[in-house]
Write a protein that binds this ligand. Structure first.
Ligand SMILES: Nc1ncnc2c1ncn2[C@@H]1O[C@H](COP(=O)(O)OP(=O)(O)O)[C@@H](O)[C@H]1O
Ligand SMILES: [Mg+2]
Length: 265
């Protein structure tokens, strides 16, 4: 682990073994680290173990061997220093936007008034002012996912873990959400690990793209993204952007095609 790294993934291997089934090696010797405030994206073919790795980082799943450290401490179980956002929002349908965002703080022992005050700040950051008292079913998919990100950030995690957060959204909403996520992130500057299978999304959002090989997943290459911030939609047409996307695509094209043929994608 380098001095400034918040997260280090050290030779993580994950083998799933079930009764009567052959062992499945999902991850093999995965190592990389993420610096404080850095935004890292992980891309790889379907089934390359990306979600498994994120669950290991979150502490929901143990590694078979190797270790994950956050701030130098080995991860053994979920904790408030990590917050996860999944593809499907996990908002409580009977709670308002404000109460959903405040929920993690309340569980963590904060007083309701304090939790609401903090939650209001994150609701505003997520561009949802005016919707505090709406219920999830009254919001669009994009808005719900913004509440979800606000909810995750409100507990002030050291690391925000995002597993295909926009996969369920239509293409246009997804583009808008990428900008919204960067807006929220630029205010909080939390360290982020984002999984996506969309290469353009990975390059547009991140400081570095970690490219996974097909199963068993391992780090094939780490590609820095030298685009300045704030990122703008116009950058997606720049030569640097297009050539980075092309470079990542070349690294995984063969495996993505194979996964599609095998019916995994
Ligand atoms: N709980 C589990 N038990 C057995 N196999 C699993 C389990 N979770 C995931 N896998 C397998 O591990 C591999 C990686 O899955 P996953 O991490 O979901 O990949 P990705 O997110 O990159 O698509 C897949 O072959 C998947 O079927
Ligand atoms: Mg996945």
């Amino acid at each position: 682990m380098t001095a400034a790294s918040v997260l280090s993934v050290e030779s993580v291997t994950k083998v799933f073994s079930g009764a009567g089934k052959p062992d499945l090696v999902a991850l093999e010797d995965v190592s990389f680290s993420v610096g404080d405030g850095e935004f890292v994206a992980i891309v790889g073919a379907s089934g390359s173990g990306k979600s498994t790795l994120l669950r290991i980082i979150d502490g929901l799943l143990p590694a078979t061997s190797g270790a994950v450290r956050v701030g130098g401490e080995a991860v053994t179980h979920p904790g408030f220093d990590r917050a996860m956002v999944f593809q499907q929002d996990c908002l409580l349908p009977w709670k308002t936007v404000l109460d959903n965002v405040a929920y993690g703080l309340v569980i963590g022992g904060a007083k309701i008034a304090d939790a609401h005050e903090t939650a209001r700040r994150f609701v505003q950051m997520a561009g949802l002012t005016g919707f505090e008292h709406h219920y999830p079913h009254q919001l669009s998919g994009g808005m719900r996912q913004r509440v979800n990100v606000a909810r995750a950030l409100a507990v002030n995690p050291r690391i925000l873990l995002l597993d295909e957060p926009f996969a369920a959204l239509d293409a246009q909403t997804r583009e808008i959400m990428q900008g919204e996520l960067l807006n929220i992130w630029s205010e909080s500057r939390t360290t982020v690990v984002l999984i996506t299978h969309q290469i353009e999304e990975a390059v547009f959002l991140s400081d570095r793209v970690v490219v996974f090989s097909a199963r068993p997943g391992s780090v094939r290459e780490e590609i820095p993204v030298p685009l300045p911030r704030p990122r703008t939609m116009e950058m997606k047409r720049s030569e640097v952007f297009v050539s980075l996307v092309d470079r990542v695509w070349r690294l995984i094209e063969h495996e993505v095609r194979k996964a599609v043929e095998e019916g995994m994608a």
